[in-house]
Design a protein around this ligand. Structure first.
Ligand code: GBH
Length: 486
């Protein structure tokens, strides 16, 4: 059954992989590409571990053939990647010129993927906003300008690639753009109320404005797709949201139990409730008051009902402890603490290289069910799932390639997904592993690796598949065949 519910994307032994433009492409000054906010952010000393940048990254701009060969070697039938807006429109805006070379690059890549029997899933935006739009009008902070420019960019892509791309994702993880970019200040453009990090920004207001702009821009792009392209191209379109599972810090404490739902609402329902229910969650309206933007009838009409599937990025789980007292104005979590240990001192999962990531596969199954219940049983694609490994970067190559921890992660998580499907009736139809290869891990630079393929940054970006690259196809076969025989 699982098999037969996957066919739109690929067949049973399907492995999908994910990457994003700024994290792999490099070639930042080539063929007319304009700078993005990440090029600018990486130049600020102290923002990125090891002073790294995406200038070269995996050099994928020059190695599309190698990447496709790698996908074939891993048995992948589909590939999710993002397009760099500033390659397509270097200055970004609706009255700015389109760069034919940028179009040609992705056009050829899409053709080559098809020729190799690999289905492309395209993300329009994975955080690399054209820098000019940030400078010109404050980027996402200016809803009307941003929505009009994103809508124009989306139309350019649908026009150029719509006959060959049938699965579109508007935004990757708007939570990250909003909170990490405008509250924590850890991601570009790095705005925050924390004056030790940045002289500008208001983390109590800006993230909510940014999130609102992203939702409306998503809705505007979906409307264009549905009205101008869907009839002839027949594809589907949605947004991808990140969110981890929440367990109470003290399972006996009703306040902690309640805080778990609130945590997920602040992370996921912030975006998913307007899309599926036409309004922001009550918990957010209550805590944020007039700092949460109000919906105009026009804007919510664009957003409500705008997902053809639910795009789910998921990595781990946390313990949640309710805070007492009035929430801090800069709080974005729902007035609670996000912890990795519970009241008994137990860790939620084993340590990885990412301070925020401790695997707990059962949480994946539970969150799938939670989403399914809250959003009326949507078709779900898991658009990212994966792990880093503690100390991986420091291992001798031979050991590094034996990434049993990552292999086990995929076994556990794919197994949990199969259970959600067969036992809980969750309509999950696709799964994509983050990531095909090690790449630029944002503020963590190249020190943290997420790939099933090792990239040797010192030696010409050579790619060497790890154990997990070979195992994941097999894992899929086992679990999905098992569930399909039930
Ligand atoms: C994904 O985000 C991204 O889409 C991808 O580009 C990235 O490479 C991949 O994960 C691996 O990180 O520091 O406590 O504020 C994952 C979701 C959400 C994970 C925010 C890190 C930071 C939590 N991310 N989270 S915290």
């Amino acid at each position: 059954m699982f098999l037969h519910s996957f066919p739109k994307l690929a067949n049973i032994s399907t492995v999908f992989f994910v990457v994003s433009s700024y994290q792999i492409e490099g070639a930042v000054n080539e063929d007319g590409r304009g700078p993005s906010i990440w090029d600018t952010f990486c130049k600020i000393p102290g923002k990125i571990a090891g002073g790294a940048t995406g200038d070269v990254a995996c050099d994928s701009y020059h190695r599309t053939h190698e990447d496709i060969a790698l996908l074939k070697e891993c048995g992948a039938k589909a590939y999710r990647f993002s397009i760099s807006w500033s390659r397509i429109i270097p200055l970004g805006g609706r009255n700015d010129p389109v760069n034919e070379k940028g179009i040609q690059h992705y056009s050829k890549f899409i053709d080559d993927l098809h020729a190799a029997g690999i289905t492309p899933l395209v993300t329009l935006f994975h955080w690399d906003l054209p820098d000019e739009l940030d400078k010109r009008y404050g980027g996402f902070l200016n809803k009307d300008e941003f929505v009009a420019d994103f809508a124009n960019y989306a139309r350019v892509l649908f026009n150029a690639f719509g006959s060959r791309v049938k699965h579109w994702i508007t935004f990757n993880e708007p939570w990250c753009s909003s909170v990490l970019g405008y509250n924590v200040g850890q991601f570009a453009p790095g705005r925050t109320s924390d004056r030790t990090r940045n002289p500008v920004g208001d983390g109590s207001r800006e993230p909510w404005i940014v999130g609102h702009s992203l939702l409306v821009a998503h809705g505007a792009a979906v409307k264009i797709y549905r009205e101008e392209f869907k009839a002839q191209d027949g594809g589907e379109i949605a947004i991808t949201l990140n969110g981890d599972w929440a367990e109470p810090w003290d399972p006996e404490n009703p306040a902690d139990i309640e805080a778990c739902d609130r945590k997920i609402e602040f992370a996921i329902s912030w975006f998913a409730d307007p899309i599926y229910h036409g309004k922001y969650p009550d918990s957010m309206a209550k805590q944020l008051g007039d700092r949460l933007p109000k919906w105009t009838p026009e804007d919510i009409a664009l957003v409500h009902g705008s997902n053809d599937f639910y795009g789910m990025n998921h990595y781990c789980a946390n313990y949640i402890k309710a805070k007492t007292g009035e929430p801090d104005p800069n709080d974005v979590a729902g007035n609670l603490e996000i912890l990795l240990q519970n009241n008994k001192g137990e860790w939620i999962g084993p340590e990885t290289q990412s301070p925020w990531l401790r695997p707990s596969a059962i949480g994946f199954r539970k969150l799938l069910k939670w989403l399914s219940d809250r959003y009326n049983h949507p078709k779900i694609y898991v658009t990212e799932n994966g792990t880093s490994l503690k100390g991986e970067n420091d291992l001798p190559l031979e050991q590094l390639l034996q990434d049993e921890f990552r292999t086990q992660y995929f076994r556990d998580y794919v197994g949990a997904m199969a259970d959600a499907y067969t036992l809980d009736g969750v309509n999950v139809r696709g799964y994509m592993a983050w990531s095909l290869m090690d790449n630029f891990e944002w503020a963590e630079g190249y020190e943290t690796r997420f790939g099933v393929t090792y990239v040797d940054y010192e030696n010409g970006q050579k790619r060497i598949p790890k154990q997990s690259a070979k195992a994941i196809g097999q894992i899929f076969k086992e679990y999905i065949e098992k569930s399909s025989s039930l």
